[in-house]
Design a protein around this ligand. Structure first.
Ligand SMILES: [Zn+2]
Length: 59
């Protein structure tokens, strides 16, 4: 139960698809567009999709 529902998405991705893919308890595939947001929450399975910050650098 310690598993997080946070999924990091590449900064250049505008639309993500979620189908619940957890323990077979999926839901119909739904698409979310980030538009101007940094994060999107799936209203079926509560997964949180967060865009990577483009300006993060691993120096
Ligand atoms: Zn979902």
């Amino acid at each position: 139960m310690e598993e997080t529902n946070i999924i990091v998405i590449d900064a250049d991705v505008e639309t993500i698809c979620c189908d619940g893919e957890k323990d077979g308890l999926g839901h119909p595939a739904v698409y979310f567009n980030f538009k101007k947001q940094d994060r999107v929450v799936c209203n079926y399975c509560d997964k949180i999709y967060i865009k990577k910050k483009e300006n993060i650098k691993n120096v």
